[in-house]
Design a protein around this ligand. Sequence first.
Ligand code: F0G
Length: 451
Amino acid sequence: MRCGARFDIAEPLFECPKCGDLLDARYDWSRAVLPKRLSDFEAKWAEQADPLAFSGVWRFHELLPFADRRHIITIGEGRTILQQADKVAPYVGVAPGRLFLQYEGLNPSGSFKDNGMTAAFTHARLVGATRAVCASTGNTSAAVALYAAADGRVPAAVLVGSGKIAYGKLAQALDFGARVVQVEGDFDVCMKRVKEVARELKIYLMNSLNPFRLEGQKTIMYRILEGLRWEVPDWLIVPGGNLGNSSAFGKAFKELHEIGLIPRMPRIAVINAAGADTLYRIVNQERIAWNGGRVDEDRVAAFYRRMDAENRRAKTLASAIEINRPVNLKKCLRAVEWTAGCVEKVTDQEILDAKAQVGAGGFGCEPASAASVAGARKLRAAGVIGQGDRVACVLTGHALKDPHATVAYHTLSDAQLAQEWGGYGVRRAVHGNHPVVVPDDLEKIVAAIQS
Ligand code: F0G
């Protein structure tokens, strides 16, 4: 993105060999076979016996045309839904019928990552990769391990921060047979190391630095449009960690707009956890912007130097987004500029309360995912989002990824919560659903049900 060098898609690169900056996938749309209108994709609904039409990623193949059929590996990812969430709408503060939740927990590995991983493993096949590696707060490792197992040709190693990932995710990586390396450090440490590993061993990198992963993640936006009968929402709200999603979403809409398949852009709001708020600080305090491609990189570097000097580490119960050095920062700034978007941050208390509301609305999600709903509520309260705006929040991961967070929230007393999570600023389970403990006595059981 910095130096403008071009490379062939068959080169296994995750950074620019000339300047070290991010790589971006670009298409010559004039040579692509494109639908006349987005509703033309509905023809794929009738072809579900074809795995490529069944996949919620590859049924939009024309919009990510970097590989041909024979390289594509799909396990039925992206069969996710946009759900009108009238029970959660009052919590966010928008009118009935205006809040939608895009439930990416329905993916094979239980998070949005599968959208990207099907694309990255496809590219890995295309370049003839023989091994894959990633750093992860958990979901990436689960998805990499799953696709490596399904593919069978590209075994994977995953680097995770020791004690830093939720059990559901660790369980998946172990079960799917990946080499799990628990590094004594956090995600930011793992991310730095995994790049060194990928360079040294020439292993294919599966993190969202990989531009092809982001191509797959664009399709989440196509499915939101599909769910709205191809109408563009006013707001698209997404949690921000390593900033792959927000980058991919901005690109998805920009391309559709340029091709002429959507009439206008939605606004994207990226939500940081307050304890991992690099993007928030960069945008709202440092006022560093994409600026038409001229990001002030010296000031970004100075920001990170200060962060290191203060030894500021990311700290949030939303472990999936406990990240202080987001690798896709520049692409995310681009997405924010392209969509006249904004960045907000929410506390762990706000995240857990919003998560309970999402759960009560019938969609279990993990803490990081609920940042989108908590952020929407905050932006609505500030008047940034209007009451009548149509808002789509992405629920990035399934509730069962992190059962501890849910069970602790609903079972612990205020005093116990303060002890368990006081260091994260969580004091009360505002929407706690406490279980009732009764003896083996029919009368007491009946009384508990009736109370
Ligand atoms: N939500 C969930 C559930 C995630 O797992 C992640 C990222 C994010 C949101 C943030 O998305 O990085 O695109 O801004 N998890 C990565 C991982 C970092 O390793 O699983 P992002």
